[in-house]
Write a protein that binds this ligand. Structure first.
Ligand code: NDP
Length: 252
């Protein structure tokens, strides 16, 4: 079956680059209608155009996911224009390491506001549709992007790792509630992926570590993680991978 996701309505946050962009393209290729969100409207418009050129259906919804009202409004547009969402790839995030002696409370706050606050805004806005879709169509997926940082230790990345530990533990707890209602909850924990995530890093040692890793290792590509998202969504409704760790083969 080339179109295992035909009839599905997917929403992807953080879709203007990296994992979200790759996932949106692959979900559309596998037959899902896809709503794509992020702040950069130009990147979303280009993504929608690419998907449509390949015969897919996509809707660009430029929003700052830390703005709860804007996310709620976007959810209403998805339901009205594409149908009830049955897949949320809750993926927008930022990684801003800093040495503790620098006391970068501004960077701590940005990570907490997006990786936890924005993440929860998307849950709040779309879970009602996921529950409705599960009741009506028998399947719905919430796939959350965490990180290997939720498990392993990365000094100077404490706050980032803390937000991702939140995402993992929150997802595993929520799975119990939503699973009983037919909604699968999965959390993906990738190792290093070649995306724009590292472009926002200002801490020199952290930046050097990432550059070194990328130069010496065959790190993951966004499409590798997108495959996992599409795979999870196409499984029989009874099958729920709870937590999926995806590492570059050479990353310890
Ligand atoms: P990118 O920086 O390429 O993508 C991040 C996405 O989030 C962009 O689309 C960005 O779009 C969006 N975003 C950022 N801020 C906001 C905001 N306030 N409102 C809405 N959207 C926002 O990085 P990745 O693709 O790597 O990151 C995706 C997820 O994967 C993140 O949660 C990250 O923590 C996680 N991850 C990444 C790993 C890696 O090695 N790359 C490893 C493990 C996890 P815009 O700027 O247009 O708003």
């Amino acid at each position: 079956n080339q179109m295992p996701l035909a009839g599905r309505v997917a929403v992807v946050t953080g879709a203007s680059s990296g994992l979200g962009e790759a996932a949106a393209e692959l979900l559309a290729e596998r037959g899902a209608k896809v709503a794509v969100t992020a702040r950069r409207a130009d990147r979303l418009a280009a993504l929608v155009e690419r998907i449509e050129q390949r015969g897919g259906t996509a809707l660009a919804l430029p929003v700052d996911v830390t703005d709860a009202d804007a996310v709620t409004a976007a959810a209403a547009r998805v339901e009205a224009e594409l149908g009830t969402a049955d897949l949320l790839f809750n993926n927008a995030g930022v990684m801003l390491p800093a040495k503790i002696e620098d006391v970068r409370a501004d960077l701590w706050r940005r990570q907490v506001d997006l990786n936890i606050g924005g993440f929860l805004n998307a849950v709040a806005a779309f879970v009602p549709q996921l529950r409705k879709a599960a009741a009506e169509r028998g399947v719905a997926d919430l796939v959350n992007t965490s990180s290997i940082g939720a498990q392993n230790l990365f000094p100077t990345f404490e706050v980032y790792c803390g937000t991702k530990a939140f995402v993992t533990h929150y997802s595993r707890n929520l799975r119990i509630e939503l699973g009983a209602q037919g909604v699968r909850v999965a959390v993906i924990e990738p190792g290093i992926v070649r995306t724009e995530l590292a472009d926002h890093v200002t801490e020199p040692d952290a930046s050097a570590w990432i550059t070194e890793a990328r130069a010496t290792m065959d790190v993951l590509e966004p499409a590798d993680v997108a495959e996992a998202v599409a795979y999870l969504a196409a499984l029989p409704a009874r099958v729920n991978f709870e937590r999926l760790t995806i590492m570059p083969t050479a990353q310890p």
